[in-house]
Design a protein. Structure first.
Lengths: 376, 84
């Protein structure tokens, strides 16, 4: 048997080998503070028509860091409703990826593979969104924008890891970013960010994400614990920014056959709302003026009964060629969802025509499941 | 008398043979932190496709190895991998 100088040669009987392992020296890092910023994602309205609006907001954390040495690590962000499947490239990571692709292009022979590399290079260099100093890494999704929307609407998780974060020696400011569901972007909730070198935790900090000022915030909701064929009176408290002219919200219970509205309200800029609220004999739901001193609005809902829903909890199934059906909700626990839309009205409506101005909503706010209703 | 004497006719000789056991090597040892000297638990020790993990005293052991030359790898998160 060929014997290598570094090998251990075992002889018959018992052999003893004691090893001393050298610990890897972790960089000394201290996160001294963090501040969070939630940025309304700028794709809404700017993307090709087929992509539709994006129901996510970009969250950016700014860390004040003291590091004993230069190193490239990773940041792990733990936050409810984080959307992890969207890789982000930091400025440093962006250059790393470009360099990797350039090296592969340089070493590739002409042919199909090199074309794919150029497509990948273009994918991150041109035409792909940059937000808050981060580049969205589209290489894995192909060259189709609509795939991105699919990813960004994918099931949210609570942990997102950002690789290739350059942490320079001394005192510096570094940024971490991730996407969150719109529903998660409203209200306060904790977010923690940790810095790692390889897999060694260096430091961690936690603070509350503050809601953005330009999307609605859900401040509170009250739903009865259980209902037995009676009325349901949820209360919904929202803070609405005045950067849109018209908001509408629906709080719905979702059953097997569809959904039933528990509460709804529409808010509008006073210049729109007041004329419509004047005695014009319109039969539409009233538009509440966006003029509360503190921008906080309360929706008081009631389970619609009358001809829409009978005395017991039901959902209406609409049919085109035959009468609508009313399906009683079987006893069980149903999720309650809150959704909203904001509109920008280009032409002033006249009379009752507000709902027929023909524009699409500028943004949709999917707050997700905000509670549960038990039908007994 | 060690000789076998054959006589006319049929002769029968039964012989019992004792097998020679192949040589066997055992390996044991302790893994410690090079800086603190403390035992390290959970070090992955790999030898010729066999894997063992050190216990709370840093001890590891392999039995029934064929004598010969081996490369042994010691791996643990947070430590430089050691190869012998």
């Amino acid at each position: 048997m060929k014997q290598l100088s570094d090998d251990i040669v075992l002889i018959e009987g018992s052999n003893e080998l004691n090893i001393q392992m050298t610990p890897i020296a972790a960089p000394g890092v201290t996160i001294t503070s963090v501040s969070w910023e939630l940025i309304d994602y700028p794709f809404v309205g700017d993307w090709p028509e087929e992509t539709g609006p994006l129901h996510a907001t970009f969250c950016k954390g700014t860390l004040q860091v003291e590091s004993a040495s230069d190193f490239v690590g990773s940041a792990q962000i733990i936050c409810p409703n984080t959307i992890a499947p969207v890789p982000l490239l930091t400025a440093y990571g962006y250059q790393v990826v470009l360099d990797e692709i350039d090296a592969k292009i340089a070493s590739s022979t002409p042919g199909g593979a090199i074309q794919q590399l150029w497509i990948a290079r273009r994918a991150i260099f041109l035409g792909y969104p940059k937000v808050g100093g981060f580049t969205i890494d589209f290489r894995w999704y192909g060259d189709e924008d609509r795939y991105f929307r699919t990813w960004i609407n994918a099931s949210p998780v609570s942990v997102f890891t950002l690789d290739n974060v350059l942490i320079p020696a001394g005192v510096s400011t570094i940024s971490v970013g991730f996407f969150a569901k719109y529903g998660a972007a409203v209200g306060l909730f904790p977010a923690a960010v940790s810095l790692y070198s390889d897999e060694t935790l260096l430091d961690s900090i936690e603070s509350d994400l503050v809601p953005p000022t330009n999307v609605p915030q859900l401040l509170g909701i009250t739903i009865p614990q259980a209902v037995s064929g009676g009325e349901v009176s949820p209360t919904l408290v929202l803070r609405l920014p005045k950067n849109r002219e018209h908001y509408s919200f629906n709080l719905s219970v979702v059953g097997v056959y569809g959904s039933c509205v528990l509460a709804s309200a529409s808010y509008a800029d006073p210049s729109i709302a007041i004329p419509l609220m004047a005695p014009d004999r319109c039969g539409y739901a009233m538009l509440i003026p966006l003029d509360a001193p503190d921008d906080i609005y309360t929706i008081l809902g009631i389970w619609e009964r009358g001809e829409w829903v009978a005395a017991i909890a039901e959902v209406r199934i609409h049919h085109v060629n035959r009468p609508d059906e009313y399906i009683p909700l079987q006893p069980g626990i149903y999720s309650v969802q809150l959704r909203g839309e904001s509109w920008k009205i280009s032409a002033k409506p006249t009379g009752c025509g507000l709902y027929w101005y023909g524009l699409e909503p500028e943004a949709r706010y999917d707050f997700g499941i905000v509670g549960y209703l038990e039908v007994v | 008398m060690a000789d076998i004497i054959l006589i006319e006719g049929n002769n029968e000789l039964n012989v019992g043979m004792v097998p020679i056991l192949p040589p066997v090597a055992n390996l044991y040892g302790v893994v410690t932190d090079a800086e603190t000297g403390y035992a390290i638990e959970g070090v992955k020790v790999t030898i010729d496709g066999l894997t063992a993990y050190t216990d709370s005293l840093g001890q590891y052991a392999f039995a029934g190895l064929t004598p010969g030359a081996y490369t042994i790898t010691f791996e643990k998160e947070g430590y430089e991998t050691a190869v012998r």
